[in-house]
Design a protein around this ligand. Structure first.
Ligand code: PLP
Length: 383
């Protein structure tokens, strides 16, 4: 049996080059970077080198990079820290299709008396910048809008949204966890105040993230404690992972230009193959403004969970957006926000590729999946 991993938006394999650079920080260079002696000092240098590598990938100044433990921490810090620093009567404007890390922070703010606005999306998963413009007219706000959606890959017009927010004198945060390493990003040309990224989505390990904070942005620290990260995030630095993330960012920058078109060609091959062979199958989300590695496909009249289960048996890993709540499978909040009809929403599967996928793997999926779909439809009460 083959193993075909097409769930890279959930997590990616750690690049061998990343593992290699991390190794010495477990065996020899294990000092505390805050120590005054040489043993810590020699480690601190490597953190600063990694900070430069991360900054280079997104066009930031190294001093604007804050290491965190994950994308979730970066999102929480940005939203809660900016709202706290902004003072009373500041609203939070976000969208209905954000990751739980942002929606959870929004819910927390609301439960504590805050005012939250969630912008909707159209059938293609796109939002209307004019709606943000209208909402910003109602007073001070922190805006948090994702760069690219983790389920559909739909890319939001971040440049325009950040400009609208800047003109209104408000703070703009973007969850770019799915965009960094897949799309060119240059914060020096985009008026973003804060940006979240996560190591394990770009071939670094799980448990390391970054919050980019533009110089001058008002932000209260979320983790209080030591003076690490220039007082912006307490806690002894996770040195091996920081070094690994630096290397992963360097690799991402080196691969960015060739990798996007190559991965997009594989994704398009997969979509064309599956849509040609399987009837009643459609793609969810804006096909033009979309991450090169992501495809969200609805197989009508069947449950996504059933498809995943049988694909997994055949060695293919993908994911579905549905969650089992109170015994019934509910389509994800993203698919629901797009108004995808019931029979298609339940059978939606996300395939997400990486630089390590091959044409042979894609052809295996095109050959293996259609008979699974046919068999499940024969058993479906909806057909
Ligand atoms: N934001 C988005 C868009 C994501 O896809 C994810 C992870 O799936 C996160 C945030 C959370 O990142 P982490 O797993 O590093 O906490």
């Amino acid at each position: 049996m083959k193993n075909v991993y097409l769930d890279n938006n959930a997590t990616t394999g750690v690049a061998p080059e990343v593992v290699e650079v991390m190794q010495p920080f477990f065996t020899e260079l294990w000092g505390n970077p805050s120590s005054m002696h040489y043993f810590g000092g020699q480690v601190a240098r490597h953190i600063e080198a990694a900070r430069e590598q991360v900054a280079a990938l997104i066009g930031a100044d190294p001093s604007e990079i804050v290491f965190t433990s994950c994308g979730t921490e970066s999102d929480n810090t940005a939203i809660r820290g900016a709202l706290e620093a902004a003072g009373p009567h500041t609203r939070l404007i976000t969208t209905r299709v954000e990751h739980a890390a942002v929606l959870g922070s929004a819910r927390h703010f609301k439960e504590h008396g805050g005012d939250v606005v969630e912008l909707g999306v159209d059938a293609s998963g796109q939002l209307d910048p004019a709606e943000l413009h209208r909402e910003l007219a109602h007073g001070p706000a922190v805006v948090s809008i994702m760069w690219a959606n983790n389920e559909t890959g739909v890319i939001f017009p971040i440049q325009e949204l950040a400009e609208i927010t800047r003109q209104a004198g408000c703070v703009f945060h973007t969850d770019a966890v799915q965009a960094v390493g897949k799309l060119p990003i240059d914060v020096s040309n985009t008026p973003i105040d804060m940006l979240s990224l996560s190591g394990h989505k770009l071939h670094a390990p799980k448990g390391i993230g970054v919050l980019y904070v533009r110089k001058g942005t008002k932000l209260n620290p979320f983790l209080l404690g030591g003076h690490q990260e220039s007082g912006r995030r307490g806690g002894t630095e996770n040195v091996p992972y920081i070094v690994g993330l630096g290397k992963a960012c360097e690799l991402a920058a080196a691969h960015l230009e060739d990798e996007g078109p190559r991965v997009a060609a594989l994704r398009d091959r997969l979509e064309e193959g599956l849509l040609t062979i399987c009837p009643d199958t459609s793609i969810n989300g804006d096909r033009v403004n979309r991450l090169p590695n992501t495809s969200n496909i609805s197989f009508q009249f069947i449950e996504g969970e059933g498809i995943l289960y049988h694909m997994s048996d055949a060695g293919i890993a993908a994911s579905s957006g549905s969650a089992c709540t109170s015994g019934s499978l509910e389509p994800s909040h993203v698919i629901r926000a797009m108004g995808v009809p019931f029979t298609a929403a339940h059978g939606s599967i996300r395939f997400s590729l990486s630089r390590y996928n091959t044409e042979e793997e894609i052809d295996y999926v095109i050959e293996t999946l259609p008979p699974i779909v046919t068999r499940l439809r024969e058993l479906s009460p909806f057909v």
